[in-house]
Design a protein around this ligand. Structure first.
Ligand code: PEP
Length: 253
């Protein structure tokens, strides 16, 4: 059975004290809301990771928001997958649209990051998504396919099966515009079909595909009810403990 996941992405928000306080609140509320084998994750800023990993336990798992593509070396200011793993993180977001847009990260680089994350036993949450222009031009399936082919399908089936995909339409991130449940389901089904073609039906069936883009406690239920949507990657709403916990709760319903 594929995993049901709600992952929060705090981005560059919260100083250390604020982050620890918010994370503690989230753990306390989510502990009561999370059922069964559902996975809740918070992807926090690097400087919080060591502390929140100790607070989260089995209730809230920890992820980083990025990692460098090399194992170690003279890359001033960078953080390696090994460092992230060493403080108790289990996940890392790779290829968020903000990294693609502001840090010019392309699919070839993201493939390297994915490989180094896997080599360090981190689960990559690999983001793909189209811009508004690409959606309006009608060529967004091709754009998404290229992101998959060049960023993820370079992996063996065994390695691919350790990854999680997040579909995040760029036009829906932080804008308050959410893809409709039908739009999201259409893309998720497309992604799953591409995975089946590249690997096989069993791998596709086991792949968790999350939706991200202005997901909140009001729209989460309809999105998560879709056949091919296995959870969410949550930005803004993960900075409010009650909202994040309500999204987790929605998923249990
Ligand atoms: C994100 O940045 O991954 C995201 C989904 O943001 P938001 O929920 O704020 O749109």
């Amino acid at each position: 059975m594929r995993k049901k996941i709600v992952a929060g992405n705090w981005k560059m928000n919260t100083d250390y004290a604020e982050g620890i306080a918010l994370f503690s609140e989230i753990v306390n509320i989510v502990r009561d809301e999370k059922k069964g084998d559902q996975i809740a994750i918070i992807c926090a800023p690097y400087i919080h990771l060591n502390s929140v990993a100790k607070l989260g336990g089995e209730t809230v798992k920890i992820g980083a928001q990025n990692c460098h593509q090399n194992e170690s070396g003279a890359y001033t200011g960078e953080i390696s997958a090994k460092m992230i793993k060493s403080v108790g993180c289990e996940y890392v977001i790779i290829g968020h649209s903000e990294r693609r847009q502001y840090f010019a990260e392309n699919d070839a680089l993201l493939a390297e990051k994915t490989k180094i994350a896997l080599a360090n036993q981190l689960t990559p949450i690999f983001c793909i998504g189209e811009t508004l222009d690409e959606r309006n031009n009608g060529n967004f399936f091709e754009i998404l396919k290229n992101q998959l082919v060049n960023g993820l399908f370079v992996l063996s089936a065994e390695d691919f099966s350790k990854t999680v995909i997040a579909y995040e339409p760029v036009w829906a991130i932080g804008t308050g515009l959410t893809a409709t449940a039908e739009q999201a389901q259409e893309v998720h089904a497309f992604i799953r079909a591409e995975v089946a073609t590249q690997y096989n039906a069993a791998v596709a069936e086991e792949t968790s595909i999350l939706y991200g883009g202005s997901c909140n406690p009001k729209n989460a239920a309809e999105l998560f009810a879709q056949k091919d949507i296995d959870g969410g990657l949550i930005g803004g709403a993960s900075l409010k403990s009650r909202d994040f916990a309500d999204i987790v709760k929605t998923f249990n319903a």
